[in-house]
Design a protein around this ligand. Structure first.
Ligand SMILES: [Ca+2]
Ligand SMILES: [Ca+2]
Length: 467
């Protein structure tokens, strides 16, 4: 009873606690970065920010928010003030400003560089004239807590709130950086966080199954804090694979479900190419590692990634038995990045029938980067069976410390049984049957899209519009 009363008091108090503002504003659906400049310099000799192209791209994407990076020279700031914000305001697009930290060697944000109190003050001042300037973020914020001490962030916050109380400060924080200390010291000073999803404690952009548990964990640990999920639409450094159209779509779809459930406040793509002039709009043909078409199954242990014996990742599908067939067999093509000079006894390629290994081959047993075809005869099925489970798998016989491999499977042909999409051209069909056991062995259906930006943009626009 006392507990119930306390909960009621808490529920009443919740809306007045700073940051406890779920569902006050419509969810954010947008993208961050990939600012495009005009193709030709103007009379002043400067290639200015291409406001027209960016707004057109965002509108086609049905994005309501753009995270505008302060990545280059002073023109990013003056173009924001003089051209981009007025245009965004007119188009009904919210703008967040992204500023880099002192430890990021890539970029210095100008004109206020590493004076984040000045950034707070100046962005808040601009937001007074342009209410569509709704927030700002610091990239890789939690890597730089030496700079962003609670006292300093308190100064930043005071400077901004005195001018524009509605302006949100929403820095970027990775999953493992949400320590108890961070939550206690920092979260009360923030208006929300951007959470880039990269399958921690691993690091890849192929596996989506850990997303929901991480989102739910954060929602439970950060009650009342707006969390914005950031899918990697751009290659993540040192990850084995570039994000595919299907990967980004799957992460976004799940994220939108969590937005609906009140566990996320929005979705912001990381460097989605959304203007056709972007250099990542298309992908080179060398990215296509399928045997035929654009899709293959892929099984990966990444460079510098320790594993232990028994870890595995498998793709399971149900195959229908053809009634009365005299013979049943599975043929498929396989290839991997290892040859006979690589150590044997670690990574094993396998096919399982109803959970039993029926084909098993070491990655060092056949030539490097060469497609091989194998046919596996299947034993008679149990009486009355109408289907069987087939699983292609990479399994660790012994643990490794640094032994990269990427195994491909493609062009499955079946005798006496049938399976949809045997050419692995539809990632969704295969993704549903993926299972990872024990650690960082990844498996995925990798489907190549030469027109990455256009194809992904179409799918995301559909999801954003239907939210
Ligand atoms: Ca294929
Ligand atoms: Ca091999």
């Amino acid at each position: 009873m006392i507990r119930l009363a306390l909960m009621t008091v808490f529920a009443v108090l919740l809306p007045v606690i700073p940051g406890a503002s779920h569902a006050e504003v419509p969810p954010v659906m947008g993208t961050a970065g990939n600012l495009i400049r005009e193709e030709e310099p103007r009379a002043d000799g400067i290639r200015h920010v291409d406001t027209k192209a960016i707004i057109a791209g965002l509108t086609a994407l049905h994005a309501d928010t753009y995270v505008y990076p302060m990545a280059g020279d002073n023109v990013h700031w003056t173009d924001l003030r003089d051209e981009f914000l007025p245009a965004a305001q007119q188009a009904g697009i919210r703008v967040w400003v992204l500023v880099y930290t002192p430890s990021q060697s890539c970029c210095v944000s100008r004109p206020f560089k590493h004076d984040y109190v000045a950034w707070s003050r100046e962005i808040a001042t601009l937001a007074k004239s342009f209410p569509s300037l709704a927030g700002w973020t610091v990239d890789d914020y939690a890597y730089d807590l030496k700079t962003f001490t609670p006292a300093y962030v308190g100064q930043m916050r005071a400077a901004a709130k005195a001018i524009s109380p509605a302006l949100k400060f929403v820095p970027t924080v990775y999953y493992s950086q949400f320590t108890d200390a961070f939550i206690a010291e920092q979260i009360p000073l923030l208006d929300g966080v951007i959470f880039p999803f990269r399958d921690e404690p691993h690091r890849d952009t192929s596996w989506t199954w850990s997303l929901s548990s991480q989102v739910k964990q954060l929602a439970a640990r950060l009650p009342g804090t707006d969390v914005y999920l950031m899918p990697y639409a751009h290659p993540l450094s040192t990850a084995a694979q570039k994000p595919t159209v299907s990967y980004v779509e799957a992460v976004t779809k799940k994220a939108i479900e969590h937005v609906r459930a009140g566990e996320l406040a929005g979705v912001l793509q990381y460097k989605l190419p959304f203007v056709s002039r972007d250099q990542n709009w298309t992908r080179p043909a060398t990215d296509n590692l399928a045997r035929t078409g654009g899709g293959r199954l892929s099984f990966v242990v990444q460079t510098g990634t320790p594993t232990t014996a028994g870890m595995s990742c498998g793709a399971t599908r149900t195959a229908q038995l053809t009634p009365g067939a005299a013979k049943r067999a599975v043929s498929f093509w396989h290839r991997d990045t290892r040859g006979s000079t690589s150590p044997a006894g670690y990574h094993r390629k396998q096919l399982l029938l109803d959970g039993k290994v029926v084909w098993d081959r070491d990655v060092a047993a056949d030539p490097q980067d060469t497609w091989q075809r194998v046919t596996v005869d299947l034993a008679a099925e149990p009486a009355g069976a109408t289907s069987v489970a087939l699983q292609w798998r990479l399994s660790e016989r012994k643990g490794v410390s640094n032994y990269f491999v990427d195994v491909s499977v493609d062009d499955i042909t079946l005798t006496g049984l049938t399976l949809s999409d045997p050419g692995v051209e539809n990632a969704t069909t295969w993704t549903a049957g993926l299972a990872r056991k024990g650690g960082p062995v990844y498996c995925s259906a990798q489907v190549y899209h030469p027109n990455y930006g256009a194809d992904l943009g179409t799918r995301l626009a559909g999801l954003y519009a239907a939210r």
